[in-house]
Design a protein. Sequence first.
Length: 403
Amino acid sequence: MVSKYRSVVAVPGCARVFATALLARLPQGMSSLAILLLVRDATHSYAAAGVAVGGYALACAAAVPVQGRLVDRLGPFAVLLPVAIGQATALLGLVIAARDGAPGPSLIGLAIVAGALQPAIAPTVRALLGEMLTDHQLRETAYALESVVQELIWITGPLVVAVATTAISPAGAVLVSTAVCLLGTASFVTSPRVRTRRGRARVVLGRGIVITPALRVMLGPVAMMGVAIGLIDVGIPSLALHAGSRASSGVLLALWSVGSLLGGLWHGGVAWRSGLQQRYRWLLTAAVLSVAPLVVARTIPEGMAASLVAGVTIAPVFSCQYALVGRSVVPGTETEAFTWVAAALMAGLSAGSALGGVLIGGLGVSAPFVAACTAMAIAALAAVRVRVPPPVREQTAGATSSV
């Protein structure tokens, strides 16, 4: 297992891409919580804080495909750093407005602007991995490592916000997130493999929305997986509250991410014999089974075990998903394709979070987990329609054997 990951980071420039992208994306795990705390502190309204965070997420989902297209046309350096500077300006404005007692709608508007300007680092990384790694098995391992990095962000980000809020203030947490985003984005876009990646304006100029039939089919399972994750994200804190321990909600969420991290490391280290499309369907089916224990969990120890198990399939599913998307794109539009996937996932997350709150209020603590299992089952059924070309090496081997 270790040797496969070592082979990935041994590719020239790959280790720096992962390291700088991790720093640049850390605010993804910080911003929502920091903004929530800041707006709540300024307005004394959880409703306003929730709308601000929801607006931030939806604006990001709406704007990220535009960024992806610009990155494909102009290159990462020309797009991502100006976007990061724009977001920093919006977040600084949010902090100043909150300090000066601006009304809730003004704070929500600034949060929405900041969301629309979140740098599209993750889609750019996934597109770069497809270019840097020509061996499809090594590329799958890299996508698994990318999924693990994503979990590190969700584990570390809230902890940084908690420390910054305690040591400084909610406004300080937002400013720390802003500084990390600027520093990380600058480090990422100036790394050699990113800086030398040029835009492909002649390839994609004048092209419409670059959703191929294969990619269009992929968006359904991706969105439903997002709905499921949004439901679980709301359900786990509710489980902790139901068990009488508000403080345990963070522990349960962290264990969910740890389970995903471990699952991603395992998945990326295995030499799989099964086809990628078949494995994607089976992993989605396994995800239903891994989440099911949360339906019956009632105590904190039960919730801890169930949360850990529920996370095990998350990163492997996304690892397969990234690899399938990489085979479904039009050359020269890789970044935009990955941003459409990110938009579908974020839209699903928003819908799942909203639905989870409604279900808990009406049907109880188990309801979001039942709905999450249902969403994952729908994703598995939708994945049956996924058909993407095999990697070039497999196509060549097939042609040779037929001769």
